[in-house]
Design a protein around this ligand. Sequence first.
Ligand code: NDP
Length: 476
Amino acid sequence: QTAEVGVIGMAVMGSNLARNMARKGFRVAIYNRTASRTNEVVAKHGDEGTFLPFHDLANFVTSLERPRRIVMMVKAGRGTDAVIKEITPLLQPGDVLVDGGNAYFGDTRRREAEIRPTGIHYVGTGISGGEVGALEGPSIMPGGSTESYEAIGPVLEKISAHVDGEPCCAWMGTDGAGHFVKMVHNGIEYADMQFIGEAHALLSAAGLSNAEAADVFESWNHGDLNSYLVEITSRVLRAKDPRSTVTDLLDVIRDEAGMKGTGTWTVQTALELGVDVSTISAAVSARSVSSAVPLRKIGQQALTGPQRIITVEDRQAFIDDVRDALWSAKVVAYAQGLDEIRTAAAEYHWEVDMGQVASIWRAGCIIRARLLQRIKDEYASGDLTTLLEAPSVKAELARCQQAWRRVVARAVEAGVPVPGFSSALSYYDQVRAPRLNAALTQGLRDLFGAHTYRRVDDEGSWHVNWSGDGREVRAD
Ligand code: NDP
């Protein structure tokens, strides 16, 4: 019996993906460096479909129908490189090797370029949804040659999440495009979570208990803010400490956020591309500050300021304002993330369809949200330079922006840190301003470094002879 698809790596992600494939009717060859893990999958889940277990990579490869379709789900970095080294001599031109791990897109570009001359298709694929998603239907972002998608696309589409019959899986572009889109997905996830944290901090400052805040998030989840993260926020806010029946879980969790690095990659890459992802940057930095224990200890002792209490006369009106601020900031994070993808696509010659990106994030992944349907629809009616210009988005922002300003102002007055909400609002005001403070920057640069400036009323580059006669000279 031949296998239709193979999965390498039987840790939590790989085994769940293989089970998902088997449940969907594919005959799945499975292999893991340590044989016991492969045996365990067959012993525990062998009745879910057709698994062909192998303890030898060459036999695993031989069992597959050609062109071979192989998905690697191994430890990102050295694990991936080790498997590639071992398997490529066993493969033939036309075979498709998918890396479903969390690879850095630059590594994927390098690996794809190294493998391309062999005729093997290397497909860097972002997979989001964690272990439950891998089993029940993740959001899948494959990048690679168009031929490779013809071979592997149908399998990936079948095992992905679906919305109204449409798969949450689509070809994202060549080489690193899939992993790039996944990276930005994670960056937006960071921003989304930071905004939720700020909304909760504001509700707390206004006197709401965690349980009351949980009710607020639950009600928001029935409206435009409907999303997985808002949904689980109310669950976490409502949870009691498993060691006690009275204390809230939130109050016993250390206030130090961890991270694994994809948010940092998103920001670093955006800096290199010259794109502003200030909301994601604020979210990454907020996690860093939260974990800087000595700094915070000193700050608490040395620095004075208001005591984070917001006195509200109309509680519901304040809650509604926070809702509008949360929605607006979230839109800005998506606008910035999509701008990063659009800019990278131009830089790396990827044909990324922004509507498709929004479409495949609608289910299966961590940032799944009602907003993504709106984004998909807006891109379907025409290309956009920024999401903020989309008719329904700009109309809603126009409605929300006064509330957003009130929330940021109240937060600043009360000393509640809102780096996410305020950086999002600054971006909004920056991109709509007819003039920023860049003219002065250019003037200063010309004075101290003869860096020249361009004029509003003439072509070319100009320089003032600051230390001499003060005359303007053409500099190009
Ligand atoms: P791990 O990242 O913990 O990796 C363990 C797997 O990699 C095992 O199968 C292990 O084999 C294999 N492996 C490690 N080094 C080597 C090597 N040198 N040669 C061969 N095999 C090796 O597994 P996960 O299931 O958690 O994640 C798999 C991938 O998916 C990772 O890239 C991870 O970043 C990504 N991931 C994605 C998530 C998502 O939501 N999309 C969530 C979690 C992970 P052995 O058993 O022999 O040690």
